[in-house]
Design a protein around this ligand. Structure first.
Ligand code: SAM
Length: 244
């Protein structure tokens, strides 16, 4: 999407993110699983790529009081929404370029955040940067959806409607380029039109596995979600855990 930059998503959604996406995935399951991966890995930092408003980062840091927990995000507006008094370290920057030196016990990206990396090259660079820093028993966990190639190539849906306001979701899917993008369009009777753009570059589970393999990582677990329920080849989402 022309004009779309690394901070665009976060800057556009920061004021509504916690309200719109509350309960989108299970925070307790995510925190428990990441904490257990960290314990199993031994020494090392825990890093969230694209930590946003701290939905996962803040409770995770509280659950790991002895550990350095770092969140990276490209949007200052998202980071400004982190709860007061959280104990995580926060870095404003790009999830590929601003990774801490390590060793990393766990690096993770929840809720399709990895697909915010706008090209296959950047996604591969992210795998390489994590692999370089991963502790010997460290883990890289990615939570992502699986795109159904039969989905319509463009769609307009009503997200919210009252007598005075409407929120429309417009989206477009390019399966050849593996890109999906859209806007939430807010029309309110007493305010100017507001656009909230998003744009992602998606990869299949098999493509993620290939990227991992190219930098010496292998798939250790694939679950349906962070509850560690079994995955299935027909599932529309997965959590994949890569290790050395
Ligand atoms: C869908 S939100 C997810 C936030 C959080 N992980 C969660 O599960 O609630 C994606 C986040 O990734 C951030 N982001 C997008 N591109 C980024 C990049 N290249 N580097 C760091 N953060 C990025 C956005 O600013 C946004 O906060």
């Amino acid at each position: 999407m022309e004009g779309y930059e690394r901070h665009t998503y976060g800057d556009a959604f920061a004021d509504v993110y916690d309200e719109w996406y509350e309960g989108i995935t299970n925070v307790d399951d995510t925190v428990r699983t990441i904490a257990e991966l960290a314990t199993a890995a031994g020494d090392g930092d825990v890093v969230e790529l694209g930590c946003g408003t701290g939905r996962i980062l803040a409770p995770l840091a509280a659950a790991l009081p002895e550990r350095r927990v770092v969140g990276i995000d490209a949007s200052a507006a998202m980071l400004a929404r982190l709860p007061h008094h959280h104990r995580a370290e926060v870095v404003l920057g790009d999830m590929v370029e601003a990774l801490p030196a390590g060793p990393l016990a766990v690096a993770f990206a929840t809720f399709n955040t990895f697909f915010n990396l706008e090209s296959r090259e950047r996604q591969q660079a992210c795998f390489a940067a994590v692999a370089e820093r991963l502790a010997p028993r460290g883990a890289f966990a990615i939570e992502a959806f699986v795109v159904d190639a039969d989905e319509p190539s463009s769609a307009v849906e009503v997200r919210h409607m009252t007598a005075t306001d409407v929120v429309l979701s417009v989206s477009r899917l390019d399966t050849a380029r593996q890109r999906a993008e859209g806007h939430f369009i807010e029309l309110r009777s007493d305010q100017p039109v507001r656009l909230r753009p998003w744009s992602i570059s998606y990869a299949s589970p098999a493509e993620l596995d290939e990227m991992a393999q190219r930098c010496g990582l292998r798939l250790r677990d694939r679950w349906l979600d962070f509850s560690r329920a079994p995955s299935s080849s027909r599932a529309n989402q997965h959590v994949s855990v890569y290790t050395r």
